[in-house]
Design a protein. Sequence first.
Length: 294
Amino acid sequence: MSDTRIPFVDEHPVAAFFVGAYLYTWVISAPTVFMDPSWTAAILMYVGSFGAPVSAAAVTWLRGDDVRAWARQITRWRVDWYWWVAAFGLPLAIVGVVTAILLGVGGPVDIDQFGASPVLVLVIFVFGMTVSGGLNEEPGWRGFAQPRLNDRYSALTGSLIIGVVWAGWHLPYFFIPVAPHSGFTVVNQVGWFFGILLLSVILAWGYNGTGSVLIVMVLHAMANTADVLLPLAPDLILVDGIIDETAVGTVVLVQIGVQLLVVVAIVAYYGREKLARGEIPGAADAGGRDNPTE
């Protein structure tokens, strides 16, 4: 427990968390903007990607809240079995529907490309669980910010607030040569922004329904992993060495459309206030305490 109280952190924990996440990630990642792709640049970038959990732990400690209670969410695996099915299966189902629609509309897919190596899929999933969306992000965005915003706003509103801040946090990655985001076309960038807002709602649904950061880590990692399973046709995406923006746009629109349908279904069934049945996590369930000023 910290003996030093900082008024801004004490009175505005979510805002302090957002600021801390940005500062940690942006400061540590800044040098990689000027580095050519290399192992050194990649390691530095991924070390910097832990801004959300580092900031969440720091704010929790500085406020004198329960760091252990916040951290225990990361290992909370005792949830109803169907949440595990949803965490692993929903991203796969989305890819399956996207593939079917693209085949139906003559999109840039080739069913012969379907089926990535199981080893590759496992490696990508483990990577996603640790340093590409799971452990390096979810203990902060969902494990810290979501329960505190649940206390003040509807769960849907809170998830969208996090989505916007979360998207902005990624900004340096669009300028870091070693980051995949730096190769996004304009269509990709626009689609990615809307996609991350929708994913934020889906992850909030998983967190609010279980109180488990582990579940949303799996859901997030599977969402990233499932992208590899989309059987895109390389010769229809890259024509004469140039990316076909129309083809990319078709894929992006279908992906966003399917994700939007999932979000609409979640909100329609569970309601925007909770995105879940029964009680949902609040600050007190994540190691914190109620704060009427935020």
